[in-house]
Design a protein around this ligand. Sequence first.
Ligand SMILES: Cc1cc2nc3c(=O)[nH]c(=O)nc-3n(C[C@H](O)[C@H](O)[C@H](O)COP(=O)(O)O)c2cc1C
Length: 148
Amino acid sequence: VVHHTPSPTAHALLQAVLDGAGDPSIEGVEVVSRPALVAGTLDVLEADGYVLATPANFGYMSGALKHFFDTVYYPCLGSTTGRPYGFLVHGNDDTAGASRAVTKIATGLGWRLVHQPVELVGPAVSDALSAGAELGATLAARLAFEAE
Ligand SMILES: Cc1cc2nc3c(=O)[nH]c(=O)nc-3n(C[C@H](O)[C@H](O)[C@H](O)COP(=O)(O)O)c2cc1C
């Protein structure tokens, strides 16, 4: 889970993703969470799948998540092809540009989208938290299934 969580709302959504991914009914999956400014090439190479979480900033993903992609893209290109991923964008009113940008770069890496993009606006109410948890659980369950 690579995230930029600059506010209580973003943090709550991240926690929902982590709770979903760590659902005790999903066995054999280790969940590793890294802030986008800390995550690096080794983290990406060692993971079997990815959840990305970013705010929408100026119609794009956050600078922190962009920095993550700038750092890992070429070192990981060709080595992570086909790995499953999903992502969450949170904004005030317009998440489309950020969603498009994440999709474009992940597609360039050859990652496989296994959950529809989770685009959320407003407070971390229960529907939003459920969507985050479902994203995390879907990725973890997919990894558990594919490891069988
Ligand atoms: C510099 C900056 C630019 C932003 N640009 C957008 C934007 O283009 N679209 C959008 O929906 N929200 C935008 N936002 C809102 C953030 O996405 C939002 O603050 C973030 O998801 C955290 O949510 P919260 O403020 O409700 O806690 C922006 C926020 C900042 C600080």
